[in-house]
Design a protein around this ligand. Structure first.
Ligand SMILES: Nc1nc2c(ncn2[C@@H]2O[C@H](COP(=O)(O)OP(=O)(O)OP(=O)(O)O)[C@@H](O)[C@H]2O)c(=O)[nH]1
Ligand SMILES: [Mg+2]
Length: 440
């Protein structure tokens, strides 16, 4: 079942409490403090996973909670980290804060990920409170509570080609003929109830095609089924308008072409300039070739690119495939939506992306913070590292398996990923085991 908008309520794990404990040795009744830190709570993250094309996993389950960290123990044993919880979503999922509706992240490409709620820091054990005046501290911290929040996940399909047209034009038939998808095809309007994807794979070229429900006059105002799905059109690079010239006369077909276009533009002005290719379909039917020729001339005069053929007989499809791939190769990839960060949501306002160009952290605030850091100053770099850790950037990177020494692009800057840099140093002189929950 297709589902393209869900609410989720998310709770990150709490940090475990630090321990109060003293070393016990023979003949020494009370040794020094040795209580370890609590483990960090698990975070809740969202990641775009290829192959998913609906949010239906979230139909019945809306509440998600990551594991808490466990208690620190004596002998400087630190608690275990809570496990992170991953919400897998289809590429093209936009994450919004429920209350404000603000966009936190646009997980457009496979593997894009963001932290929804960061796990709490583990409490420090008493071993860390030892000082010149306090030889036997009996205090330890409790763990920090995990962050919680409510979000809207909204799918906006990212496809290369959007198939649009009136009901019954043959959009689903064409998707089936061009790809391995098996959409429902039937001789009545509104057969397709939700977008369906198919991959066109031809001579080394690839394109993701989205078959959309039929559009009728008034769709932009909510008539028919099309309205809910018009926003999926918005993220396609090329529109393939399918027209039935087998059962419609030339004049009728021309009117339909205009009408569908008017609906798109009424929904989103920007779609007026979206590249468009018209496919005059059902040319196998009697008299259709004549109608196609007439409509073709009319389109020619308007400077609209067009082809004719038949989804049923396969006529003209090789040309259509070639033309689609050629047109796409000249078009830029769709850009992600702008993050609408505010002070309350800054913590989650970034996306980590890994592609041919490398690893990139995208997010206004994070980028600004990096740009403002004086990289020559070790203290400033340390502060930046702490910030990145607090905001969950470090976890998102670690979850990608980013190797030590790898380069990470943040805005204009290139950072060298060194996980140990972000761990604040312990008090000088004491060689304590390194632990991720250590804090100054
Ligand atoms: N003769 C002929 N029939 C076709 C062709 N393409 C589609 N059809 C028929 O037209 C009818 C509608 O086809 P669909 O592919 O379901 O049309 P659609 O545009 O997806 O329709 P909706 O999903 O309802 O908007 C079916 O009966 C198809 O068999 C074609 O090239 N030639
Ligand atoms: Mg259909």
């Amino acid at each position: 079942m297709f589902l393209d908008r869900v609410e989720v309520h998310v709770q990150a794990g709490a940090g475990g409490p630090g321990a109060v404990s003293f070393r016990r040795e023979k003949f020494i009744p009370m040794g020094g403090p040795d209580g370890g830190d609590g483990g960090r709570g698990g975070s809740v993250l969202a990641v775009a996973k290829a192959g998913l094309d609906t949010l239906s996993d979230y139909r019945y389950r809306h509440h998600f909670k990551a594991q808490s960290g466990t208690n620190g123990e004596g002998n400087e044993r630190h608690g275990k980290k809570g496990e992170d919880l991953w919400l897998e979503v289809p590429p093209g999922t936009v994450v919004r804060e429920l209350r404000s509706g603000r966009i936190l992240a646009d997980l457009m490409a496979e593997g894009d990920r963001t932290v929804l709620c960061a796990g709490g820091r583990g409490g420090r054990g008493n071993a860390r409170f030892k000082g010149p005046t306090q030889r036997a501290p009996r205090i330890a911290e409790r763990g920090e509570p995990g962050a919680s929040g409510s979000f809207v996940l909204e799918l906006r399909i990212v496809a290369d080609v959007g198939l649009i047209g009136a009901p019954n034009a043959g959009k689903s038939s064409l998707l089936a003929a061009l790809t391995r998808a098996t959409p429902k095809v039937a001789d009545y309007p509104f057969t397709t109830l939700h977008p369906e994807l198919g991959m066109l794979d031809e001579g080394g070229g690839q394109a993701l095609l989205a078959d959309l429900p039929g559009l009728i006059e008034g769709a932009a105002e909510g008539r028919g089924l099309g309205h809910d799905f018009l926003r999926h059109v918005a993220r396609t690079r090329l529109l393939l308008q399918v027209v039935d010239v087998g059962t419609e006369g030339a004049e009728e077909a021309e009117r339909t072409i205009e009408q569908i276009r008017a609906e798109l533009v009424a929904f989103d002005q920007e779609l007026a300039s979206r590249p468009r290719l018209v496919f005059l379909n059902k040319i196998d039917l009697t008299g259709a070739a004549q109608v196609a020729a007439e409509v073709g001339q009319w389109l020619e005069a308007k400077g609209v690119e067009h082809l004719s053929g038949s989804a049923a007989s396969g006529q003209g499809l090789a040309e259509l495939k070639a033309q689609l791939l050629r047109a796409l190769s000249a078009l830029p990839k769709a850009a992600p939506l702008q993050v609408e960060a505010t002070p309350e949501v800054l913590a989650t306002a970034f996306v980590v992306r890994q592609d041919e160009a490398g690893i990139r952290v995208i997010g206004k605030t994070v980028e600004r913070r990096v740009a403002m850091t004086d990289m020559q100053n070790p203290e400033a770099v340390q502060r930046l590292a702490n910030y990145l850790r607090r905001k969950g950037v470090e976890r998102a990177l670690a979850s990608l398996g980013v190797a030590r020494g790898a380069e990470v692009q943040v805005g204009e800057a290139t950072l060298v990923w060194r996980p140990d840099l972000v761990i604040p140093r312990r008090r000088a002189g004491k060689a304590a085991p390194r632990h991720e929950d250590a804090a100054p």
